[in-house]
Design a protein around this ligand. Structure first.
Ligand SMILES: Cc1cc2nc3c(=O)[nH]c(=O)nc-3n(C[C@H](O)[C@H](O)[C@H](O)COP(=O)(O)OP(=O)(O)OC[C@H]3O[C@@H](n4cnc5c(N)ncnc54)[C@H](O)[C@@H]3O)c2cc1C
Length: 545
């Protein structure tokens, strides 16, 4: 079979808000490849409803946005990262507006309409009705399609990163990735001077999630295997309100509904949030998700209800057209009845450790967006800070690449992907079975409320699965399902390991065995045995499988 090699200045793995913003911010003389596992719009970005947090109102301030983020983050936010993000928020939004993103304006003043969400002390969420992610993604896609220096590769799945020794320092550096071309069913080699992981989160590791199918933590797993540190993986945000309906797959009911006055109710109709937090429905997400989980378990209920029917039908139609239309498809008229809801895995707060320019531990490897750990979110992400983080860090990483790329030596030709010892699988059921098993035990044992016993059970199971997956991976040709399963197992192990190490309850990590919060807040920093920042190369370490 012909071996295919691609050469670019920059390889961007991911086409969501982070990856596309970075690609557009790079100087136009650089050749850039952007990969997407499916269609360009297949990541989480398109699904974002609520909006983007930014300091835009004269009554608001950087200090206030910083203080709210630190408060939500449960003592674990890195204040420098929070300040960096918030201080650059206005500029990030202005860039999107210049790109043509159509944010909603207030009818009376004509100014951009700002909404409020849980944890925010001001109205600071700029939005495009209730489909902000779609507006942002569409704006970015339009621009990248028109950019002559950017090549787009849809249905290309990165399998693993390529490492080579830097000719000058002998230190390892990243020089691209092996990538499965799904249409041609072959693994191709992408060589480049700088590689950017913009591959989104890992919420697919849980049975119930608001995320699209590709959110399997590929970037985190690839970076870990390549020797990068990963931090705070135990902090998985569960969105409190996902539509509960047998036919609705992963449909989120935005927090903005609660921001505009929607009330959470038990099946009896009773409002209950005041028993859990003085801010009631506007309490931080973790508090709301745990309250719902608690009440569902106490009552044995399949779901609870979110009610906005006390607002006028015109108001609901104007502010929440997508949610209203989608619920109507399932026979629920939100202008006159409450919406059945359950919590679901929503956001990965931890990820690949990076600095304010998105540098990871491996030279010339960057990570931005949900796959990264910048320190912004701490133990709990504040609503609408994530799209902001995508844009701000995409811009800072692009600036760093633009500054440094002239000094990076062209990589030597990488070895071809080696398929000489593998055959076509005749037992794909192994993959689908292990996918289901993994996601179910993560939901049952490593979900909203944890215990040592549950985590030990999960740890035992994930090790068995890892062994089986490794054997399968070594013997059969790769497919996108196998790549994702292999990555999900790595991410699951990292989550379990981090959760077992945290002997307290903080933010999104709640343990019945350790309900108290420790006085000193410490990140869960996992260091791989092949820690890249310390690897000095004697001979070329490339592994092709
Ligand atoms: C339903 C929902 C609502 C949300 N609402 C909001 C909101 O209102 N405000 C807010 O700030 N945040 C919100 N979020 C979170 C926010 O949308 C995400 O954190 C953000 O979009 C992540 O962007 P990203 O660019 O990092 O990744 P994504 O947009 O997820 O994109 C990931 C990209 O990586 C590609 N990829 C992954 N693995 C590979 C691989 N192995 N090879 C090649 N390509 C790969 C995917 O194909 C995709 O193109 C919401 C999330 C969801 C799911």
């Amino acid at each position: 079979m012909n071996k295919i090699h691609h050469n670019f200045d920059v390889l961007v793995i991911g086409s969501g808000a982070a990856g596309l913003s970075l690609a557009l911010k790079l100087p136009s003389h650089l050749s850039v490849a952007v990969l997407s596992k499916g269609k360009l719009e297949s990541g989480s970005t398109r699904y974002a409803q609520g909006g983007i947090a930014a300091v835009l109102d004269s009554a608001d301030s950087v200090e206030s946005h910083v203080a709210d983020t630190l408060e939500a983050g449960g003592g674990l936010c890195h204040e420098d990262a929070v300040r960096f993000t918030v201080e650059n928020s206005r500029q990030a939004i202005e860039w999107l507006i210049d790109l043509g993103v159509d944010f909603t304006r207030a009818e009376d003043s004509g100014e951009y309409h700002l909404t409020r969400e849980g944890g925010h002390s001001h109205r600071r969420i700029i939005h495009s009705k209730d489909a902000t992610g779609r507006a942002v993604e569409n704006g970015l896609v339009r621009r990248v399609k028109a950019a002559r220096n950017i090549s787009l590769f849809e249905n290309f799945v990165a399998v693993d990163l390529i490492k080579q020794a830097d000719p000058a320092t002998r230190r390892l550096r990243c020089t691209g990735a092996y990538v499965l071309n799904i249409a041609e069913d072959r693994v191709e080699t992408f060589s480049c001077k700088a590689t950017v992981l913009a591959s989104g989160g890992a919420s697919k590791v849980y049975l119930y999630t608001t995320n699209p199918d590709g959110a399997s933590g590929d970037g985190i797993a690839m970076a870990w295997r390549a020797g990068c540190r990963v931090a705070n993986m135990e902090f998985n945000q569960f969105h409190p309100t996902c539509l509960y309906h047998p036919k609705a797959k992963s449909f989120l009911i935005t927090e903005a509904l609660r921001g505009e006055g929607a009330i959470l109710r038990l099946p009896s109709g009773e409002a209950f949030m005041e028993r859990f937090h003085p801010l009631k429905e506007l309490a931080p997400r973790d508090v709301v998700a745990r309250a719902i989980d608690h009440e569902m378990k106490r009552l044995g209920a399949d779901c609870l209800y979110l009610d906005i029917s006390h607002k006028s039908p015109e108001f609901i139609r104007e502010h929440f057209p997508t949610i209203q239309a989608r619920c109507l498809q399932y026979g629920i008229d939100i202008t006159s009845e409450p919406i059945p809801v359950v919590p679901a895995a929503h956001y990965t707060c931890g990820g690949i450790v990076v600095d304010t320019h998105g540098h990871s531990d491996l030279k010339n490897l960057y990570a931005i967006g949900e796959t990264s750990f910048t320190g912004l979110h701490g133990a709990n992400r504040m609503a609408s800070n994530s799209l902001l983080e995508c844009i701000v860090y995409a811009h800072s990483a692009a600036a760093s690449i633009a500054d440094s790329i002239g000094k990076i030596a062209t990589p030597i030709t990488a070895k071809d992907w080696d398929e000489s010892r593998v055959t076509n699988s005749d037992e794909d059921v192994v993959i689908s079975h292990n996918w289901d098993e993994l996601r179910r035990f993560m939901w049952d044992y490593v979900g909203i409320v944890r215990t040592i016993k549950r985590l030990e059970r999960a740890s035992h199971r994930v090790h068995l699965l890892q062994k089986e997956i490794h054997e399968y991976y070594s013997n059969y040709k790769v497919s996108s399902d196998l790549i994702e399963l292999r990555n999900l197992a790595v991410v699951a192990e990292l989550i379990i390991q981090s959760a077992m190490g945290r002997k307290e309850s903080r933010g999104l990590h709640y343990s019945l065995d350790f309900p108290e919060t420790a006085e000193i807040a410490v990140d869960s920093m996992l260091v791989p045995t092949n820690f890249a920042a310390q690897e000095i190369i004697v001979s070329a370490p490339e592994k092709t499988r």
